[in-house]
Design a binder for this molecule. Structure first.
Ligand SMILES: Nc1ncnc2c1ncn2[C@@H]1O[C@H](COP(=O)(O)OP(=O)(O)OP(=O)(O)O)[C@@H](O)[C@H]1O
Length: 252
C-alpha cells in the first residue's frame, strides 16, 4: 500500500474552455503540511477546490483525470462524504453569522441531515474546539453568535467546524491573509499541531509562512505544478528556474 492519503493523476481543471489546472500529478502523505505557492492567477485555488469536488459546484466547469483518496476515486464517492473527509477553510473567516458558536461547530452534521443525541453533540463540539485551540476562549459563551468573536477566533471556529466532521485532510486557502500578525501566528502554530492528526494543504503567498509551517512545498506556474518537494530543498535549491525566479522575487 502506497503511503499517501490523497493523490492526483493527470488532473486538469477548466472554467468553460479555459484550461486552468494542467496535468497535475502529486501525492500527499498523512500528517504533513504542504504549502501551495505560485503567482496570482496560476490556479492554486482552483487546484485546491478540485481536491474536495468544490470546483464542480461552479457552473460551466469540468475536470479531467483522477483524484484518489485512500486509493478510491473521489468521483465514485458521495460529494458530501468527500467534503467532510477533505474539509476546507477559506481566506475570509466565514462562520454562519446568525448561528451560535456551538451551532457553527456542529453545522456540518445538520446540513448533512445527521441526527446526533445531545451528549454526542456536546462531545464533538468540545473536541473540535479543543483541537482548534479555541475551547478555553469560548467555553463560557458557546451560545454567543459566531460573528461576535475576533477575526482570528472566527477562523479557528471555521477550522473547528471542518474538524468536527472528522476529516483526514484540511484544505486552507490563504487562511491568514485577512488576519493580524498575532492571529496569524496563532493559526500557524495551530497548523503545526493539526498535522498530528491531519494532512493540511495550505495556499499561501507568504514565502516566510511556507518555510515556517510546511514540510513540503508545491510551486505552480500557469496551471502547471513545476516543482514539488521538501520545503527546505525547494527554498534552498529549487530545481526549476521558474521556482527560483519566484522565490527570489523576480515576479509575484
Ligand atoms: N469563477 C470563475 N470563473 C471563470 N474563471 C475563473 C473563475 N475563478 C477563477 N477563474 C480563472 O482561473 C484562473 C486561476 O484562478 P485561481 O483563483 O485558481 O488562481 P490563484 O493562483 O489561486 O490566484 P490568486 O493567487 O490571485 O488567488 C484565473 O486566472 C481566472 O481567470
Amino acid at each position: 500500500m502506497e503511503n499517501y492519503i490523497l493523490k492526483t493523476e493527470n488532473l486538469n481543471a477548466y472554467f468553460g474552455t479555459n484550461h486552468i489546472v494542467k496535468n497535475v500529478n502529486v501525492q500527499f502523505k498523512p500528517n504533513h503540511v504542504v504549502s501551495v505557492m505560485g503567482p496570482s492567477g496560476c490556479g492554486k485555488t482552483t487546484f485546491l477546490r478540485c481536491l474536495n469536488r468544490m470546483h464542480e459546484l461552479t457552473p460551466g466547469t469540468h475536470t479531467e483525470g483522477k483524484i484518489l483518496m485512500h486509493g478510491k476515486d473521489i468521483q465514485d464517492l458521495p460529494p458530501i462524504l468527500v467534503r467532510s473527509k477533505i474539509g476546507m477553510v477559506f481566506q475570509q473567516p466565514n462562520p454562519f453569522p446568525n448561528m451560535s458558536i456551538y451551532d457553527n461547530v456542529i453545522a456540518g452534521y445538520k446540513l448533512n441531515g445527521v441526527q446526533l443525541n445531545k451528549d454526542d453533540r456536546d462531545q464533538i463540539v468540545q473536541d473540535a474546539l479543543t483541537r482548534a485551540a479555541l475551547w478555553d476562549e469560548v467555553k463560557d459563551k458557546l451560545g454567543h453568535r459566531g460573528a461576535f468573536i475576533s477575526g482570528g477566533q472566527q477562523q479557528r471556529l471555521c477550522i473547528a467546524r471542518a474538524i468536527a466532521l472528522k476529516p483526514d485532510v484540511l484544505l486552507m486557502d490563504e487562511p491568514t491573509s485577512a488576519l493580524d500578525p498575532k492571529s496569524t501566528s496563532q493559526i500557524e502554530e495551530l497548523i503545526q499541531k493539526l498535522k498530528q492528526n491531519y494532512t493540511v494543504i495550505v495556499v499561501t503567498h507568504n514565502m516566510h509562512q511556507a518555510k515556517r509551517i510546511s514540510d513540503y512545498s508545491a510551486f505552480f506556474f500557469l496551471g502547471e505544478l513545476v516543482e514539488y518537494g521538501v520545503t527546505k530543498e525547494v527554498f534552498d535549491g529549487p530545481a526549476d528556474k521558474r521556482t527560483r525566479g519566484y522565490i527570489s522575487g523576480d515576479f509575484s
